[in-house]
Design a protein around this ligand. Structure first.
Ligand code: ADP
Ligand code: UDP
Length: 240
């Protein structure tokens, strides 16, 4: 595809977004920068951008094969992915299969218990307000999405969970929880942003070892190695 890279439209914590010669398409550039604890902790995870770009591309393609609409168009380079430009719905959708992170704190429980059913949570994407949790009713009240869009988002989030949980099980990874972002494209709800060890918790099914951004958040060491291992299992694993 012959699209030319244009101006930088946005620079976030982990990615940059560039315009292209096609107004319907943008480029996501994956950086090595990492932040945690509401932006207080900053660092660089060498090569992370390359791993996350390739892991995300593989997962978007895989989800498309299950008829999950995504913004993915094609990989352009090590760190660049061509995607459909969407109007991002300013909500972070978190799906959980196992007690961990902020849910463990809220429940006052140890991390690691399998949930009887997956839990879907919504957080308002607003750094100034520290991304507070938000109810479905408040999403509607704020007119961030319509009822139909919200129902679609929830259905898609649970489908993505079912598809990815099985995918990662085949790669000996427990999909503990993850965060998704959705956008509007030609009136359709599509999965956007990324799916990577930055946005998911992955635990080795045999050893329980954490292979995700928690190694950075919690200063556990071997951060790059964890991203590399997930990359190897996703791209080098079974064909599906
Ligand atoms: P943050 O904004 O939280 O620092 P990133 O560094 O990941 O996050 O920046 C990427 C930004 O691009 C995010 O705000 C995300 O919502 C947005 N985005 C992701 N996919 C698309 C897309 N297809 N079209 C437009 N914006 C997108
Ligand atoms: N998550 C994310 N971005 C955020 C917040 C959470 O990608 O801004 C992901 C995180 O990687 C984990 C899941 O969402 O896989 C649930 O995170 P949790 O609420 O436990 O937050 P934490 O305790 O990690 O801040």
């Amino acid at each position: 595809m012959d699209v030319k890279k244009g101006n930088k439209l946005y620079e976030g914590k982990a990615k940059k977004i560039y315009a292209t010669s096609d107004p319907d398409l943008v480029i996501q550039y994956f950086k090595d920068d990492a932040t945690a604890m509401d932006g207080e902790k900053r660092g660089v995870i060498k090569g992370k951008g390359i791993y996350n770009n390739q892991i995300s591309a593989h997962l978007f393609r895989f989800l498309e094969s299950y008829h999950v609409p995504t913004h993915f168009v094609q990989t352009l380079s090590d760190r660049e992915m061509l995607v459909k430009k969407v109007e991002i719905i300013p909500i972070e959708v978190v799906v959980r299969n196992v007690v961990a992170g902020s849910l463990a704190k809220r429940l006052g429980e140890e991390e690691g218990k399998e949930l009887s059913e997956p839990i879907v949570e919504f957080y308002l994407k607003d750094d100034a307000q520290h991304d507070p949790m938000i109810s479905e009713e408040e999403i509607l009240e704020r007119e961030l999405a319509t009822k139909e869009e919200l129902d679609k988002i929830k259905r898609l989030a649970l489908k993505i969970n079912a598809v990815l949980k099985a995918f990662f099980e085949r790669r000996k990874l427990r999909l503990v929880d993850f965060k998704l972002e959705f956008g509007r494209h030609n009136g359709e709800i599509v999965l956007a942003d990324e799916i990577s060890p930055d946005t998911c918790r992955f635990w080795d099914t045999e050893t329980g070892e954490r292979l995700d951004k928690d190694r950075f958040r919690r200063d556990m060491g071997n951060v790059v190695e964890a991203y590399k291992e997930v990359h190897k299992r996703v791209l080098g694993g079974p064909l599906v």
